[in-house]
Write a new protein. Sequence first.
Length: 393
Amino acid sequence: MKGKLPVKHSKLFEEVDVAPQLVLRNRIAMAPMTTWASNDDGTVSDEEEAYYRRRAKDVGLVITGCTHVQENGIGFTGEFAAHDDRFIPSLQRLAAAAQSGGARAFLQIFHAGVKTQPALVADVVGASAVAGEAGPFAPALTPRALREEEILDVIQAFADAARRAIVAGFDGVELHGAHGFLIQNFFSPRTNRRNDRWGGSLENRMRFPLAVVAAVKSAIEEHADRPFALGYRISVDEGSADGLRIADSLQLIDRLIDGGVSYVHASLGSALDQKPVDDTSGRSIVRILHDYVGARVPLIVAGQIRTADAAERVIDQGISLVAVGQGLVMNPDWVAHAIAGNGNDIKLSVSFPDVNRLTIPQKLWTTIEDTPGWFNVVRTQAERYPVELAHHR
Ligand SMILES: Cc1cc2nc3c(=O)[nH]c(=O)nc-3n(C[C@H](O)[C@H](O)[C@H](O)COP(=O)(O)O)c2cc1C
């Protein structure tokens, strides 16, 4: 990309370090996105591989959709697996597809905990027997509290999955500490009501996330013979009255950095506008995080970054990388359009006739269609017609 940098948005296309000795060619990451499209045996499907390959061409970094580190950690139907060595060849395919255009690739690893489907997991586990919140993809399930030795097993499972990511050729792993999955379930005062060393005080609620970081860091030190990143994705607060607040998250971030994470990735509803739930200062979360973290580690932020202008406004606030989600689903050539500097080429909606051209897996498309209010789906005349007919009958 050197030599033909556009004047507009040039900051987006600067090289950036995401971890020691891991240079990215630009500041645009493909946000981690589940496709619901894996094979029934938990391996990455041809459709999924093509989807990544198509979007990985020009971004600096691909963060994969989440993959479960234990069999009962699966969160979504059609989610590819990483809980056993037999999945290494499948992970290898994914790493190769994500790196095929010159991007770096990080595997996002997680345990869904309470945010799963009863059809997928019979034994739903969490920090405590506190119901999760119903969302578009998960009902409100009440988990069984994990026992001490089971907690240690989950921590080890994260380390084992990181080893598989190393063997498979990834450049890093991202711990999914956001969206109410097991890591956040332990950190949140709403869902963690334990009174042993894994719950209660802030220090105890931090113990599980920090133990996962320490175990994964050891696995990297033991198995990686090349620079390998350890990232952490965080939801900084929760909407409920007794939920997590940003003050606790800032404490956790200090400890994550001390524990050796390479970067922190904030998952936001809106990167440009979102304020903390208990906001008093009027500062956006991005501003607070930037001022707090300073130059200690790179920050990645995601949340409705659809256009190159929006991306640059985030980078202008001192953020290292933007993660683009829906924008890249709807525009596999998002980066090329941003380089060309023609804002109108970036589409803000998607419709059924585009699905094949955009290499969107069938299951991802049906999930998008079945989830009102998520993507901006434009119905064609032909699609609207039968609905209108039915309405008039
Ligand atoms: C199809 C889809 C799948 C997603 N799957 C994941 C996931 O596996 N892990 C994760 O951390 N976030 C996931 N997200 C959230 C995105 O990473 C991102 O934070 C969110 O979509 C906001 O960014 P956007 O407005 O640019 O899409 C998903 C989002 C989409 C649209």
